[in-house]
Design a protein around this ligand. Sequence first.
Ligand SMILES: Nc1ncnc2c1ncn2[C@@H]1O[C@H](COP(=O)(O)OP(=O)(O)OP(=O)(O)O)[C@@H](O)[C@H]1O
Ligand SMILES: Cc1cn([C@H]2C[C@H](O)[C@@H](COP(=O)(O)O)O2)c(=O)[nH]c1=O
Length: 206
Amino acid sequence: MSRGKFITLEGGEGVGKSTNLQFITQWLTDRNIPFIQTREPGGTPLAEQLRELLLAKREEIVNPTAELLMVFAARAQHLAQVIVPALERGDWVVCDRFTDATYAYQGGGRELNRAFIEQLEKDVQGELRPDKVLLLDLDPQIGLQRAAHTGAADRFESEHLAFFHRVRAAYRERAEAAPSRYSIVDASQTLPEVQQQLAQELQRLL
Ligand SMILES: Nc1ncnc2c1ncn2[C@@H]1O[C@H](COP(=O)(O)OP(=O)(O)OP(=O)(O)O)[C@@H](O)[C@H]1O
Ligand SMILES: Cc1cn([C@H]2C[C@H](O)[C@@H](COP(=O)(O)O)O2)c(=O)[nH]c1=O
């Protein structure tokens, strides 16, 4: 039994992750590829509770290091309980955000030390990295406008525009540094154009 493929979908707020996750899971279903769909932060009962704590708006200012450690606490649980067993069974894992989001939001957005994130990544994940990161790239101003139609803003969505420009730049920097593992998809295109590119990227993984 060969290990399943690990695919992550990344991008700023309102780039179309939810919409395109449905497309990706339908694409896999149509080809009888066994997969699980999951998300970060989240994916297990404990990690979902940590997600709620992370996303809730609150009076208290959340310390960026505390935020980073909570993200990795949720990830450790998610990896042990869900992601690693699925990959070992031969299932593909389609994950809505993973560690690239940490480099983008906590590294770029919060400006935390990158070496600290790298150390946590090594300690929590060992050698495990996604086989393919699909990065939906969009001007944050457009993304926030799109996201505004999908409900009340959470703690991250309430950040200022400069935060999201740093998030986007950090994502792009990572993707441009490793083009074989990352695919940048221009999310300002029409949905059919975005999905045509996603299908091409998935086809290459077969
Ligand atoms: N390529 C596109 N062009 C125009 N509108 C789009 C496109 N992709 C998605 N949308 C629309 O943008 C809105 C946000 O999309 P979606 O909820 O999929 O994004 P998201 O990245 O999951 O957002 P969030 O992170 O806020 O949940 C939806 O109304 C969706 O229909
Ligand atoms: C994995 C991860 C996520 N975040 C932030 C990014 C988003 O604002 C929320 C998740 O909500 P969404 O429904 O996926 O938009 O969490 C983060 O800051 N760091 C991370 O590692």
